[in-house]
Design a protein around this ligand. Structure first.
Ligand SMILES: Nc1nc2c(ncn2[C@@H]2O[C@H](COP(=O)(O)OP(=O)(O)OP(=O)(O)O)[C@@H](O)[C@H]2O)c(=O)[nH]1
Length: 370
């Protein structure tokens, strides 16, 4: 097996399939590695005679066991049922407990351990809210204060009260600082989230403006061209026919002249609404410009398209535009062609257009095939 394949297979075995879950698993694995390093450091201190061996073994067993359990809970997918599948709060609290325990058993070098809660709190800031981070910082402070107090009382020979007091003051400054920092970070995150929402709303609006006709809400010319390209590519794969229909409302200028431009707008909207109720989901009716529409009918032969257009005509006969002017009837002329895709798109539009003009010339309110 090539080396690269072996590596990707073993990383898949340890971390699971790609995705958010894998990110969580790799983070908990990283935490496990950190605990192992921490245990090794403790062993060095044991060798130096700074820590008692038995206490060190017990504590190492506690936090390594905990870290393995967290890893299993996340890797197995069990934690996915929780609100935070990364178990950030639990992992951070556990880490702080382990460090406080280590502080209790570590000899003169224990002051260095005060830097580790900073690391834990910094990691937690990316996932937890400021109340949770504040709670963790306060809990860590109380935990350390309790361990310091307990040691001063029970082992005054090894734990000088003056040194513990200095450590405690430093802990207050550092943990307090972490809380202030988490507050700033939370505000920054909230601002970023707001900006991201604004940005995606603006993007959606731009997309609408670029692809929709403002008056009717139908796809515009550009969106129809995109649909044509996509559909004809699909047609090439599946061998299905596509029909294209050019539709132009009859005597629309007269409607504008007699009833006003607003009434003309309402007729365009009304036509779009009526037509959409007669079409299937995959059909695309677009406003091509003015009072002209283009209809794309995927998986439809020209004969089927002719009966679809016939249905539209009947619909307009049955539902006059009473909302514009009581009894106002609107008709259209249409031209139908088959679109073969690729280089035929422009040619098909032209064929449908020419057929539609033939329908106009033949007296309007009719449909011609190209
Ligand atoms: N109200 C309104 N009118 C529009 C819009 N776009 C184009 N028009 C008008 O549509 C009319 C089209 O007129 P013509 O091209 O002469 O077509 P027609 O009167 O429908 O005649 P035939 O197509 O030959 O049946 C023009 O008066 C345009 O001003 C629009 O968005 N709203």
């Amino acid at each position: 097996m090539p080396e690269a394949d072996f590596l990707s297979l073993s990383s898949r075995f340890v971390l699971g399939p790609e995705g958010r879950h894998r990110l969580r698993v790799s983070q908990s694995l990283l935490a496990l590695v950190a605990y192992v390093l921490f245990a090794l450091c403790q062993q060095i201190e044991v060798r130096f005679g700074l820590i008692e061996a038995r206490a060190s073994w017990w504590l190492s067993a506690f936090y390594l066991g905990g870290a393995v359990l967290f890893f299993i809970a996340i890797r197995s997918g069990w934690s996915a049922r929780l609100a935070d599948p990364s178990m950030t709060l639990a992992q951070s609290a556990f880490g702080l407990l382990a460090v406080a325990g280590a502080y209790g058993i570590t000899g003169p070098a224990r002051g260095a351990l005060l830097t580790i809660p900073v690391l834990i709190l910094m990691f937690s800031m990316f996932r937890l809210n400021r109340r949770q981070v504040g709670g963790l910082a306060l809990a860590a402070l109380l935990l350390f204060a309790a361990v310091m107090g307990w040691q001063v009382v029970h082992e005054p020979a090894r734990h000088d009260p003056r040194v513990e007091l200095v450590h405690l003051v430093f802990a207050v400054i550092v943990f307090g600082g972490m809380w202030v920092l988490s507050d700033r970070l939370a505000r920054l995150r909230a601002r970023l989230t707001r900006k991201r929402t604004d940005l995606s709303e603006a993007f959606e609006r731009i997309r609408q403006l670029a692809t929709r006709d403002d008056l009717t809400g139908l796809p515009n010319r550009r969106a129809l061209m995109d649909s044509l390209v996509n559909e004809t590519a699909r047609q090439a794969r599946l061998g299905q026919p596509i029909a294209l229909v050019a539709i132009d409302l009859d005597h629309f200028k007269a409607i504008n002249d007699e009833h006003g431009h607003k009434a003309g707008d309402a007729v365009l909207r009304g036509f779009a609404e009526r037509a959409l109720t007669e079409l299937r989901g995959p059909d695309v009716l677009a406003r091509w410009g003015g009072e002209e529409f283009l209809l794309l009918l995927p998986d439809t032969t020209v004969t089927q398209a002719l009966s679809c257009v016939q249905r539209l005509r009947e619909r307009l006969v049955l539902t006059p535009f009473d909302e514009v002017q009581p009894g106002l009837r609107v008709t259209f002329s249409a031209g139908v062609t088959r679109c073969l895709g690729g280089g035929d798109i422009d040619a098909a539009i032209e064929r449908a257009d020419r057929a539609m003009y033939r329908a106009k010339a033949a007296g309007r309110d009719r449909v011609e095939r190209a």
